[in-house]
Design a protein around this ligand. Structure first.
Ligand SMILES: [Zn+2]
Length: 476
């Protein structure tokens, strides 16, 4: 069955592109731009001119197009940073281009902070499909038709059904459409397209999340996930980072035979550098990082060097900036800004996406010359230390998980110099609260107050994602 799916998936994908006038297969092929990024100037000029002429919010902030300005940096330097508050305050009429709403799709972000709706026209949706295909291919070698298992945060529970439940097959859906004469019914056709994409093109199964069990379900529940993965034998496993690490630790601690899943990816949350080895050992494959969001789709992904994320720079311009919007030097931490070259319906230009990271413009060992991004966490999860330095989610999580008998932990900044930690102990061990508090105090510096609570499981935010650090960067 696997072979048949492999054989039909690519032609089906092409066919569905032709049928829906989509250009996504062609767009999904990676494009290597010249190092001076001069080829980005043209689409950027197109975006700026369109936004200035048609989008009220940008009409006032952008200058009239000036044909003498040719470089990407000069063009960007003239544009102020766009924040989520700007978008929220002007949504929808002020931030859209007046095009026909019949072509619009609303994309809602499920971030742990602000909830935001982005509008995408057909051209952008096509680019999103293309970027996703490109990301899957470049970061792990996934081809349509290969088996994939996803474990998204629990937001998906009511549509995905029970864990491991078989989807309705494409043929049985088609048969019931025939029998019940629903061949022309819009909803049935959409469902059929969704089933073909899911089962044949992506060959995807979805397991439900941990739900009420929080971050640490009982071992017998974790056994069910492991059994499911052994049965479904995915080429690619894509899950919330918390689910990945908890299942991986369960495999390690139960002395079970490691799995053999070639490609491991996270969705909707970060895997820290310190967690990669555990995932690769337990799942028996390679972790491939990528970066994206609901507003933009896939933005960047790792190559086989695993040394930073290659930005899809025919679709996006990514910058890393300081508090004033000025670009920081390579390797320095700052806020990530994204300019979407493909969304004309609701342009997002120098948009402060809410993540912090570093950028590197030096050529990669793989030969690609475009910028590489390293994302280290969400901006509102950054803890600012005594010297004003940033401790990102990656730093904090990797520090806490390296402490003896700590399995995982959450930190909240209560006020300047006061931290509250909720920690889960590794199986059959107990955490000395005073020891953990002292060790965190020494790491963060100063004479902070550190309160430690020992808990049996961590609770997710609304929407099912886990937040490991509640920082204090935004309050400064
Ligand atoms: Zn590379």
């Amino acid at each position: 069955m696997f072979q048949i799916k492999r054989l039909v998936a690519e032609p089906l994908l092409r066919l569905s592109c032709v049928a829906s006038a989509s250009n996504s297969v062609a767009l999904s092929r990676p494009v290597e731009l010249p190092a001076d990024s001069s080829r980005q100037a043209l689409p950027l000029k197109r975006l700026l001119a369109h936004a200035q002429a048609n989008v009220p919010f940008y009409h006032d902030r952008l200058q009239e197009p000036d044909s003498s300005v040719a470089t990407v940096s000069d063009l960007l330097n003239a544009v102020p940073v766009t924040t989520k508050d700007d978008i929220e305050a002007n949504f929808p009429d002020g931030v859209t281009d007046g095009s026909d709403p019949a072509d619009w799709r609303m994309m809602s972000t499920r971030g742990t902070a602000q909830r935001l709706i982005t509008i995408q026209g057909f051209e952008k949706r096509d680019a999103v499909r293309a970027a996703n295909l490109r990301m899957l291919r470049l970061a792990g070698g996934y081809r349509p038709g290969m088996p994939m298992v996803e474990i998204p945060p629990e937001v998906c529970e009511n549509v995905c059904g029970e864990m491991g439940e078989e989807d309705e097959g494409v043929l049985s859906h088609l048969w019931s459409m025939l029998r019940e004469r629903r061949l022309r019914e819009q909803k049935s056709i959409r469902d059929l397209r969704g089933l073909v994409e899911r089962n044949w093109i992506f060959n995807r199964k979805t397991y439900s999340g941990f739900g009420i069990h929080g971050s640490h379900p009982p071992p017998e529940i974790l056994d069910q996930y492991v059994a499911g993965l052994r049965r479904d034998r995915p080429y690619l496993l894509k899950a919330l980072a918390t689910y990945l690490t908890t299942i991986a630790k369960h495999l390690r601690d139960s002395d079970a035979k490691p799995l053999s899943i070639p490609v491991i990816k996270t969705m909707g949350s970060r895997v820290t550098p310190g967690q990669r080895e555990l995932l690769e050992t337990s799942f028996g494959g390679k972790f491939w990082d990528d970066y994206g969001s609901a507003e933009f789709g896939s933005i960047a992904c790792e190559c086989d060097q695993h040394h930073g994320l290659h930005v899809f720079d025919d679709f996006f311009i990514v910058e890393v900036v300081d508090a004033n919007g000025g670009r920081v030097a390579d390797g320095e931490l700052g806020w990530v800004l994204v300019t979407d070259l493909m969304n004309l319906t609701m342009p997002l230009i120098r948009y402060k996406i809410g993540d912090v990271g570093r950028i590197d413009h030096s050529p990669c060992a793989c030969g690609r010359t475009g910028p590489r991004l390293t994302v280290t966490g969400r901006a509102h999860d950054v803890i600012v230390d005594r010297e004003g330095g940033w401790c990102t989610t990656d730093d904090v999580v990797d520090f806490l998980e390296s402490q003896p008998v700590v399995d995982s932990a959450q930190v909240s900044v209560k006020s300047k110099g006061w931290y509250e930690i909720a920690a889960v102990a590794i199986r059959n061990a107990s955490i000395e609260r005073g020891v953990l508090a002292a060790s965190f105090a020494q790491w963060i510096g100063g004479q902070p107050r550190v309160d430690v609570n020992v808990v049996s499981t961590l609770r997710p935010e609304a929407g099912g994602k886990f937040r490991y650090v509640r920082g204090d960067l935004e309050r400064r």
